[in-house]
Design a protein around this ligand. Structure first.
Ligand SMILES: [Zn+2]
Length: 122
């Protein structure tokens, strides 16, 4: 995912919420990001700064919380918690092994999403 367009989307959602609540300024945005989204928090924070420059969210703090990735095994039906390896970060390739039966026949069930959890407005 490209951090800048993602940061811009976060800003637009936060802005719409702030306007709906008759706020004039956004001071904090709490974000939950799945471990498997490949988003780099530092880049996202920089992009957010750029995306909000000159807006009601200028100077707002972006607080990022990572949520773990989870896979479900198609062989034994159990779930495992997974993290991204260095290699996956570089190649974008995400192949996960079941921690119970070592099968690679798995599907990702959590960790691919990013959500705004809360915003602080004035
Ligand atoms: Zn398994």
């Amino acid at each position: 995912m490209h951090e800048f367009s993602f940061a811009y989307n976060i800003f637009k959602v936060a802005e719409a919420t702030a306007i709906k609540n008759k706020a004039t300024k956004i001071t904090e945005v709490y974000l939950e990001i799945g471990e498997l989204t490949l988003i780099v928090p530092e880049l996202l924070k920089k992009s957010f700064e750029m995306a909000t420059s000159g807006s009601m969210a200028e100077g707002a703090e972006l607080i990022i919380e990572k949520t773990p990735g989870k896979i479900k095994c198609r062989e034994c039906n159990k779930t495992s918690t997974v993290t991204l390896t260095e290699e996956a970060h570089l190649t974008g390739l995400q192949l996960f092994q079941c921690k119970h039966c070592q099968s690679k026949n798995t599907e990702i069930i959590e960790g691919k999403k990013a959500n705004i959890k809360n915003i602080k407005i004035l």
